[in-house]
Design a protein around this ligand. Sequence first.
Ligand SMILES: CC(C)(COP(=O)(O)OP(=O)(O)OC[C@H]1O[C@@H](n2cnc3c(N)ncnc32)[C@H](O)[C@@H]1OP(=O)(O)O)[C@@H](O)C(=O)NCCC(=O)NCCS
Length: 92
Amino acid sequence: MEDDYVAYLHAELLNRLDGKTKLLIYDIAVAPEQRRRGIATKLMQAALALGREVGAVRCWLLTEVENAAARGLYEKLGGDEWSAVGFGWRLE
Ligand SMILES: CC(C)(COP(=O)(O)OP(=O)(O)OC[C@H]1O[C@@H](n2cnc3c(N)ncnc32)[C@H](O)[C@@H]1OP(=O)(O)O)[C@@H](O)C(=O)NCCC(=O)NCCS
């Protein structure tokens, strides 16, 4: 993260072939010295509100099992936890 950024959230709207719109949150981060001040909560609430505003029917994101901070954040915001298995490809 650049020094002059306090936090960021990267999200995209997916317009599916069935006509439904979903909000996918790719990443969220808060500078270490600014954490536990409610900044991520505000960013997430703003993203969820924007999703609702444009008619998205669902918001989803992925995080790592061991990421206690992220899991705590999403649980506090009422997210439903679901299971998934990740696959990755090294391309270099
Ligand atoms: C996850 C992250 C974005 C949270 O940002 P934040 O601004 O500190 O979060 P908030 O202050 O809004 O915290 C909201 C709630 O999340 C939970 N939480 C936040 N940090 C936590 C931690 N270190 N451990 C456990 N729970 C935590 C708490 O329930 C907290 O509420 P509380 O402070 O009233 O107890 C931040 O820790 C971060 O940038 N981590 C590194 C990047 C990352 O892992 N991003 C997630 C990618 S999926």
